[in-house]
Design a protein around this ligand. Structure first.
Ligand code: FE2
Length: 289
């Protein structure tokens, strides 16, 4: 029985295709405005990222929020976000004790899916992210070096997600360069949307975004969006990440001979081999492990 996710999830789909389901966290006390108002100002500055768009006329918004939380309630901040094209992103709220049980429960649900699918026991490097964002705000097209479960609490979103290994959406070369952080800008064309699924997403719903699946997000027009994600790697996605990094280096070498490396994500034994070669390579280059 899942604590946070719906009970009928198909673990076989984990990291294979995006899917929507219901979460059980609506009304969770950790996510109440009262608790968030208390927690956010206590978190280290680098964990609370604040961005405001060009339309913002409220010049000292951030310092007001950060330095004088008592002068300005989170409700007021959220009210401002409604009209100012801004967002607050909170990384790892689980460092606050009020999020500890929630974090453990989410890791437990992810762990169940991972075990069922045979990709490890526990999520690796699991982190929570909270997003409070203006209506209509957009997260541009990108891929992630981890897997995601995104849960919606307020407002709506359209999340457009492609198949994780579709080379028409992201070329093998771009995927590899992105994963190794050599290139963070991916080309986008309207063809990508034709190849993707647009998920309409409202409070109480959750979405799985597989490792390296291209996606972009648009918040609905009617309300501030509040969502939370858990990001993590599995034993399999760590292998993929290593193999993609290895391919990036190998591609340059083979390119001189007019050859290309085999695609990652199609053969577990080949990806394992590339993963161990990658570890050997970085050791040899003196980067350690
Ligand atoms: Fe993402």
């Amino acid at each position: 029985m899942s604590t946070c996710f719906a009970d009928n999830l198909d673990s076989e789909l984990l990291d294979k295709q995006p899917f929507k389901f219901h979460h059980k966290l609506m009304g969770h006390p950790a996510l109440s405005l009262e608790n968030l108002s208390r927690v956010l100002p206590t978190l280290p500055g680098q964990q609370v990222m604040y961005s405001k768009g060009l339309l913002d006329v409220d010049a000292d918004f951030e310092s007001t929020f950060r330095k004088k939380p008592k002068d300005r309630s989170l409700e007021e901040v959220i009210e401002s976000i409604r009209t100012t094209d801004a967002y607050i992103m909170v990384r790892s709220p689980e460092v606050d004790p009020s999020f500890a049980d929630l974090y453990r429960a989410l890791c437990g649900d992810v762990s169940t899916l991972m075990k069922q699918r045979g990709v490890g026991e526990m999520p690796v490097g699991a982190q929570l992210y909270l997003f409070i964002a203006s209506p209509n705000s957009v997260t541009p097209f990108h891929i992630d070096r981890y897997s995601t479960f995104l849960m919606q609490f307020r407002g709506s979103k359209t999340v457009t997600v492609a198949h994780p290994w579709d080379d028409r959406v992201v070329s093998q070369q771009d995927r590899e360069a992105y994963v190794i952080r050599q290139n963070t800008k991916l080309p986008w064309t309207s063809l990508i949307d034709q190849l993707s699924t647009a998920f309409e997403f409202s409070p109480g719903e959750a979405l799985h975004i597989p490792f390296v699946a291209g996606h972009h997000v648009r918040n609905g027009p009617e309300d501030v969006s509040i969502s939370m994600s858990i990001i993590f790697n599995t034993d399999e996605s760590i292998r993929w990440r290593d193999a993609l990094s290895f391919n990036h280096v190998l591609r340059k070498q083979l390119g001189r001979l007019g050859m290309q490396p085999a695609k990652v994500g199609q053969s577990a034994w080949r990806d394992s081999l590339k993963s161990s070669l990658w570890h050997r390579y970085i050791k040899m280059r003196g980067f350690g492990e």
